[in-house]
Design a protein around this ligand. Structure first.
Ligand SMILES: Cc1cc2nc3c(=O)[nH]c(=O)nc-3n(C[C@H](O)[C@H](O)[C@H](O)COP(=O)(O)OP(=O)(O)OC[C@H]3O[C@@H](n4cnc5c(N)ncnc54)[C@H](O)[C@@H]3O)c2cc1C
Length: 368
């Protein structure tokens, strides 16, 4: 096993660091920048550079580059606070989902505008009474001729107010067990019958929305993959979502600032820094294993749990170092206050531990 970066990888890292520095200078610094830093202009710049769809196969317009290159670029851009949110979901999830499960005409219709950073996508998964237990979702898409008629409500839909498309997980049948009858449908966000209400979270961020669907009509043509088979498709996508570098590096910028401010002659602080530095490196090895597809199936749950709990500990460290200053209302305070979200979004740590126990380690299932 070789743990050093190749010369090309080091060159790429330098280039990404430089690009990130320029982006922050131009578009401002954003804490948790892959979810809180929204700039369409920067998304277009990423597209021009060929850094959206970097790893997608060339026949779909992607860069066909190794997954490790995307990890390096992502690590540098997020650590620096460059605003990635306008293209991140499309690049990380929706593009790969369409490449894997979509039809050729859907790939031709949607991938090019993702690659140029032109379209923003949101994910309509969670509902008021259905979060961890996705199989309990009730938003319905009923077939009427060659259209689906959609009714229901989603919540915590990041960028619902800004997105061009929603990748909607909905129920197309209520027959059989709950996880059967769920489908994935692409819904243009300017469709009649969609109402979006923005939610301001406690950090004053406004990416969350509630999305209400009342008799929204979309062509059956917009179904992705097999009708009623979305549960499996969605689980596959969540593997992309959970095992990436974005789960480890979100608050690296405030960490660097705190390390510089900390009293590094204090042995307790030194121990804390050593523990965080070690955890970061372990987390990165876990992520590398995920992106190289060397981790066991389902293990991204453990990777996500480990990495996001590290991010949470980073936030606590920053708060301790800043002391009362951490209560001043600035970008760092917001980043600290945002930290509980890391271990919730994309599946909570409790649920990740269940997956690890039941699916990876084969322990007995929790009693229902
Ligand atoms: C920053 C952020 C961004 C998000 N973006 C999106 C988005 O773009 N689109 C989208 O659809 N959703 C999004 N979400 C929602 C997210 O996916 C859900 O919050 C998450 O899946 C948890 O669901 P819930 O909030 O309904 O909590 P619940 O499922 O109600 O869980 C409540 C508590 O019960 C625990 N719990 C639940 N089930 C079990 C179990 N079986 N065993 C042990 N403990 C359990 C959980 O760990 C948690 O502590 C986002 C969330 C955050 C924080």
């Amino acid at each position: 096993m070789e743990f050093t970066w190749t010369e090309e990888q080091q060159t790429l890292r330098k280039e990404a660091r430089e690009f990130a520095r320029a982006a922050v200078e131009k578009h401002g610094w954003h804490a948790d920048s892959w979810i809180n830093g929204y700039s369409k202009e920067f998304a277009r710049e990423m597209g021009e550079k060929g850094w959206i769809g970097l790893t997608w196969p060339a026949e779909y317009g992607g860069g066909g580059r190794p997954a490790i290159d995307r990890l390096i670029i992502g690590e540098e851009l997020i650590a620096a606070g460059a605003p990635l949110a306008a293209m991140w979901f499309a690049d990380r999830q929706m593009g790969p989902a369409l490449i894997t499960f979509g039809r050729e005409d859907q790939q031709a219709e949607f991938l090019p505008n993702m690659l140029t950073g032109e379209t923003t996508w949101c994910i309509g998964m969670s509902e008021p009474n259905s979060g961890s237990d996705l199989a309990s979702l009730v938003t319905s898409a009923r077939r009427e001729g060659d259209e689906f008629v959609i009714n229901g409500q989603k919540i915590w839909t990041s960028f619902g107010a800004l997105a061009d498309y929603c990748y909607l997980i909905c129920r197309t049948s209520s027959e059989g067990p709950p996880h059967a009858g769920i489908s994935e449908v692409i819904v243009p966000m300017d469709s009649d019958g969609i109402e979006v209400r923005t939610i301001k979270d406690m950090t004053t961020n406004r990416h969350f929305t509630e999305v209400f669907f009342t008799d929204v009509r979309v062509p059956v043509h917009n179904l992705v993959g097999i009708e009623g088979n979305a549960f499996k498709q969605t689980m596959r996508q969540l593997e992309h979502e959970r095992g990436g570098i974005d789960r480890l590096v979100s608050n690296q910028a405030i960490y660097q600032m705190a390390v510089e401010r900390a009293d590094r002659s204090d042995p307790l602080i030194r121990q804390e820094i050593a523990a965080l530095e070690s955890a970061y490196r372990i987390g990165r090895i876990l992520v590398i294993r995920e992106v190289l597809q060397q981790a066991p199936s389902g293990f991204s749950a453990a990777t996500k749990c480990f990495c996001t709990e590290h991010e949470w500990r980073v936030a606590q460290f920053v708060a301790r170092v800043l002391g009362p200053e951490a209560t001043l209302w600035n970008e760092t305070t917001k980043a600290i206050a945002y930290a509980p979200g890391y271990t919730i979004m994309g599946g909570t740590s409790n649920v990740m531990r269940n997956i690890l126990g039941e699916r990876v380690l084969g322990l007995p299932r929790e009693p229902r």
